[in-house]
Write a protein that binds this ligand. Structure first.
Ligand SMILES: N[C@@H](CCC(=O)N[C@@H](CS)C(=O)NCC(=O)O)C(=O)O
Length: 194
């Protein structure tokens, strides 16, 4: 199994989740501008969409999209999703919310947009952070057990720190809890982010 990633990008969520799941995997860094892999390969042959994350789960079987990859990782370790008949759907609901309402809203900060667009994005993300803080059921999104969605939310909070997006106190405390986890430390160290 191999994770294609870029340091500090959304692929960090998958990187953390793979460690939380205790899975063995290789990593390969991707140059997102050149669309090349660290070993000199053409990344668009791995993921024709040209973005990370991509997870090669078996020879020639490549899964892309955070929602799908994080869902797959949760299927490898049951505790990384909420329990019960509806657990899988609560997880998908949360991953979709983070992906479409938070992750994508950061685009103006990374695409050289003007101040107006950035201010609108900041307000939109802060509103969503307020909503997700209200959804937290305990130390983590679904209670006392970390889930793959927590890894995704953690990366969004890292980006908030870099872009000046405000974070409610509950999420700042969650960020600190996540920073203390071995899986987070290991993934960040590997990506050169410590
Ligand atoms: N729809 C994708 C988007 C992934 C994405 O936004 N990847 C960014 C890094 S966080 C990227 O690789 N951007 C480079 C590019 O699009 O060329 C997903 O949710 O996984």
């Amino acid at each position: 199994m191999k994770l294609y990633y870029s340091p500090g990008a959304c692929s960090l969520a998958d990187h953390i989740a793979l460690h939380e799941a205790g899975l063995k995997f290789d990593h390969e860094k991707v140059d997102l501008k050149a669309k090349t892999t660290e070993s000199g390969g053409d990344f668009t042959e791995i993921n024709p969409k040209g973005y990370v994350p991509a997870l090669e789960v078996a020879d020639g079987v490549v899964l892309t999209e955070n929602i799908a990859i994080l869902g797959w990782i949760a299927d490898q370790k049951a505790s990384l999703a909420p329990a019960g008949d509806m657990g899988r759907y609560w997880l998908l609901e949360m991953l979709a919310f983070i992906s479409t309402e938070i992750h994508k809203s950061f685009k103006p900060f990374f695409s050289g947009a003007g101040d107006d667009e950035k201010a609108k994005a900041k307000a939109a993300i802060e509103k969503r952070f307020g909503q997700i803080a209200d959804m937290m059921e305990g130390d983590y999104l679904f209670g006392e057990q970390v889930s793959v969605a927590d890894a995704y939310l953690f990366v969004m909070l890292l980006w908030a720190g870099k872009t000046g997006v405000g974070v409610p106190d509950d999420l700042a405390a969650f960020h600190e809890r996540m920073m203390a986890r071995d899986a987070v430390h290991t993934a960040m160290k590997h990506e050169g982010l410590n």
